[in-house]
Write a protein that binds this ligand. Sequence first.
Ligand code: ADP
Ligand code: MG
Length: 227
Amino acid sequence: MSGAAVVVEHVRKSFEGGRIRALEDVSLRLDPGELVALTGPSGCGKSTLLNLIGALDRPDAGEIHVGGEDVTRLRDPAGYRAETVGFVFQFHNLIMTLTALENVQVPMLGRRGRAERERRAAELLAEVGLAGRADSYPPTLSGGERQRVAIARALANEPRLLLADEPTGALDSETGAQILDLLRRLRDEHGTTILLVTNDDAVAAQADRVVRIRDGVLTPAADARAR
Ligand code: ADP
Ligand code: MG
């Protein structure tokens, strides 16, 4: 499965009846297989933009297409979230009472049979370098290992787009660099498009391109290819 192109055009989003204007007029394009870092000060709307692209929320105005599909008018948003996009967050949100292997299977529940789920989860854990920790519970894993389990889980249904919201934000810089290496390798092998929010310049420098939101606007100067 190849990566999805992402086209965001003139997106606006406010909260609390317009009092909080999170995104004023944001346009952004990602080519299939591109790894783009999204930066900007806290509260500038980075998570809001990811949530809109991931169809967790809807914009007030503007258009968002992922793989040619209009994600603001989905008939089956849950299906889109499960099959087209994968999410990775700062705090991995793993289920503490499930093993690594079981956590990775969660997005596949009801979508694949048990044997296939287990086989694929084991494969994914091997891909992120955790083959030996399949039966470990998250509290016994390091922060970097937990984040790798979360990445394996995000890839469970072979998403065409990975949305990562400060995935290295809770990690030390060396572990963060390893997570970035992993994301880049997965992108190279699977062609997955990746949009990565980070406030860490060293992390952003490892992306193909860096874009910046400021005061709810992503300026053409910050993203020369946004049209
Ligand atoms: P960032 O991820 O860049 O730190 P966010 O996208 O989380 O910023 O937030 C952008 C602005 O929108 C902030 O002022 C935040 O408080 C506000 N905001 C985000 N989500 C909501 C919400 N569900 N309800 C009200 N305000 C929100
Ligand atoms: Mg955020």
